[in-house]
Design a protein around this ligand. Structure first.
Ligand SMILES: C[S@@+](CC[C@H](N)C(=O)[O-])C[C@H]1O[C@@H](n2cnc3c(N)ncnc32)[C@H](O)[C@@H]1O
Length: 221
């Protein structure tokens, strides 16, 4: 079951983002490029997402490639600002058979109560949010004590490397194509500094050109 709702904080702008053409293009791009990324990460996603139970909130679920990894019986909320993702997301929800609600909104202001979620999930989202620090604060706010933030993100290459320079040059292009994506973000530093009780981060690479460096892991509140 799914329902697309506007965020209850009155964020009426969410269903139509400022750059609507970019948002529409990004939904198209993710629906085509997503399966390739998923093929590289399926095993990691199974390990990270398959064991989650209870109330799960996913920020920026996009076209919904993660839904198939959750076990049935959980309650899932997706907080997604791009309404052009809705029809892809609705299909993924139906295929997965998960009890799900889509809320149009931004991860900087999550439309749920304090300490209400067993898990918060982010895959390829912290590169795009306006303020990773604010989003991580929100994630800690909505997690129950002992709840976990699970992430899989592409990140900056090591400083001083050629790849890091390429990521910097590509940033303006990625900001448009990726609808706000920063390819050279040191996201692991923000997660480590966010005040979680425990953080487990694996750094690894995928054969994906300028977005090869990746991190995956969990942070426990
Ligand atoms: C690269 S896509 C990743 C989508 C999906 N998580 C995946 O793994 O395929 C980035 C997603 O983050 C969403 N997004 C961007 N800024 C956001 C924000 N501030 N809050 C929540 N989602 C955001 C985009 O609309 C998009 O769906």
């Amino acid at each position: 079951m799914s329902a697309a709702e506007s965020s209850p904080d009155g964020n009426a702008a969410a269903p139509r983002m400022k750059n609507d053409m970019g948002a529409r293009f990004h939904a198209w791009l993710m629906s085509h490029a997503g399966p390739r990324y998923d093929a590289f990460t399926a095993e990691r996603k199974r390990a990270l997402l398959g064991g989650l139970r209870g109330n799960i909130l996913e920020i920026g679920p996009g076209t919904g490639p993660n839904l198939r990894y959750y076990s049935r019986g959980n309650s899932w909320i997706g907080v997604e600002p791009n309404a052009h993702m809705d029809r892809h997301l609705a299909r993924a929800i139906t295929d997965a058979g998960v009890a799900a609600v889509i809320r149009h909104g931004y991860a900087e202001r999550l439309p749920v109560e304090d300490a209400s979620q067993d898990a918060v999930v982010s895959t390829l989202v912290l590169c795009s949010v306006v303020s990773p620090e604010q989003v991580l604060n929100e994630i800690r706010r909505v997690l129950k004590p002992g709840g976990q933030f699970v992430f899989l993100e592409h990140v900056a290459a090591p400083l001083g490397t050629r790849l890091r320079k390429v990521q910097r040059w590509l940033r303006p292009i990625e900001m448009w194509i990726g609808n706000g994506c920063h390819p050279d973000r040191e996201t692991w530093q923000a997660i480590e500094a966010a005040g979680f009780a425990r953080v487990e981060i694996e750094h690894f690479r995928l054969p994906l050109a300028h977005v090869a460096p990746q991190i995956a892991g969990r942070a426990i509140k």
